[in-house]
Design a protein around this ligand. Sequence first.
Ligand code: ADP
Ligand code: GLC
Length: 478
Amino acid sequence: MKVLFVASECAPFVKTGGLADVIGAVPKTLSELGVSVRVILPAYPALHGITEGGKVVLEIDDLHGGPASLVSVKAEGLDLLLLDAPHLFDRPGNIYLDAGGSDWGDNALRFGALSQVGAKVGLEGIGRWKPDIVHAHDWQAGLIPALLRQAGQDVPASVLTIHNIAFQGLFDAGLCVPLGIDPPMFTPAGAEYFGNLGFLKAGIAFCDRITTVSPTYARELLHPEFGMGLEGILQARRTVLSGILNGIDTDIWNPQTDEALTATYSADLLDGKRKNRAELEKRFDLHADVDGPLFCVVSRLTSQKGLDLLLDALPALVARGGKLAVLGSGDREMESRFIGAAHIYAGSVGVIIGYDEPLSHLMQGGSDAILIPSRFEPCGLTQLYGLRYGTVPVVARTGGLADTVIDANDAAMRAGCATGVQFAPVTAPALEQAIERTCDLYRQPDIWNAMVRRAMSHPVSWEQSARAYLDLYESLSQ
Ligand code: ADP
Ligand code: GLC
């Protein structure tokens, strides 16, 4: 089985969120199952060092205003095909945004080019390697299924994974011509979205299978509250839609070996967790007492993540003796509200604005609980890291959060299976109650430690989900 992944980010090379973690991890598990996976990725500046060591396997004279090549190289256990097109991807800073924080004006051409090259490799292969399946991820690769469909009968099957339907890639219809989308594809049942060209919509309309990253989100997407305007076409295609839960790379995220921790630890020897907490308290200027739990947040600061609700719930968190460490960046107003909260609750609330991968590991290693009050969450990875690191997830009951955390209600406590705390509806009062329940549980050390150990033994690796992808590929290539 040969599978071509096409995506816009991939850890550890270039990451703005969970998509990168997924693209960096699944191909490795799939290859352990005997699948040959290649990953097409734009050659952003962060990948230049790697590109230099590779082999050019395709040259294009003019890809939307400049020459481009595809460079084949192995790195970090992945078989990469890097799309080297300096006029499109050789830019500093965020891969999607300019210095002012707006989308790059030519994002349609940048990621349209990624989709076009993805479709070309899907159709022609690289040397003798020809994919059976092209697996496109999110809107940036969304045109691929349409480009394959219009190419005729003998084409590889396509799978589209929706990691977040909030990002749809909507652009002027005039771009259909330069991006190679034929007029018959541009209909309301196809690539058109109210007169615009919809990259994600094109993918949904023309792929052979649609997956999203949790079973609950797959159901939620069919409703207007979550479908964000695409619920209609998803309902029409519901027989090919399924949810396959994300996993995590358990080698990179391993509290027994993690070099970013002050002290490593295991479920049997939790001492290290206390040392990590002490280090975090120093880094975030927090009082060093252990009467209450240390909560953390590691997140993009956007309305999706519901962290405005946490700002409203802060008085209750502090009144219960809790402390909070926040690492995040995003919405400017939310950043300054968190910075303000760190002044008001000095010693109890600490905030670092920015993106810091090693610190994100230390936060999982040193916090008692991780707060994820998302309004919607296709899967969410930080609760999975929390489980793995015995950092009790306190989560909104939505999407993948609902599918991965077992709430500490009476039934689950009696059955001995709770791994965290869930709350609904996603409101500040419900979050406050969840925080209070967590503080109460924390003050019963035997019960708390049992829950921490249970969380750490919850299966979070990719194994089961990679098998589910393989089953899906096999069902398409018969
Ligand atoms: P999303 O993709 O919607 O942002 P996920 O929970 O799937 O949410 O993935 C977020 C990923 O980004 C996780 O690996 C998380 O640790 C990481 N992350 C988010 N914000 C930061 C930050 N400020 N510093 C370091 N890592 C971060
Ligand atoms: C998206 C979603 C997140 C998911 C990630 C990886 O960014 O917001 O919930 O975990 O993709 O699939």
